[in-house]
Design a protein around this ligand. Structure first.
Ligand code: HEM
Length: 65
């Protein structure tokens, strides 16, 4: 809902549908937080897990998603 409000529909509110994210940006958001998104410590989400999340969210997709 926060991302729907932030972008007013000009970007998808669902991270999994975004095409503009990079693994670095995703890692930055997870480690530092964004607005009221909390940051996560390495004891909560390891660097390896953050990399996997980044790779998942920027994975190639078929069709227009
Ligand atoms: C570890 C898993 C998560 C990942 C990979 C992640 C990733 C991201 C990214 C990349 C953004 C930036 C999007 C943008 O500004 O265009 C974002 C924003 C946001 N996230 Fe997360 N997030 C995670 C977990 C969470 C959790 C657990 C919460 C809530 C408790 C949360 C709440 C938010 C909110 C509210 C924003 C929008 C902040 C704003 O208004 O600018 N996120 N997230």
């Amino acid at each position: 809902m926060a991302l729907q409000r932030k972008y007013g529909g000009s970007l998808p509110a669902i991270l999994d549908q975004r095409k503009d994210l990079t693994p670095d940006l995703i890692a930055y958001a997870v480690r530092h937080g964004v607005s009221f998104m909390p940051s996560f410590r390495k004891t909560e989400i390891s660097d390896a897990q953050v990399s996997e999340l980044g790779a998942y969210l920027v994975r190639p997709r078929r069709g227009n998603r």
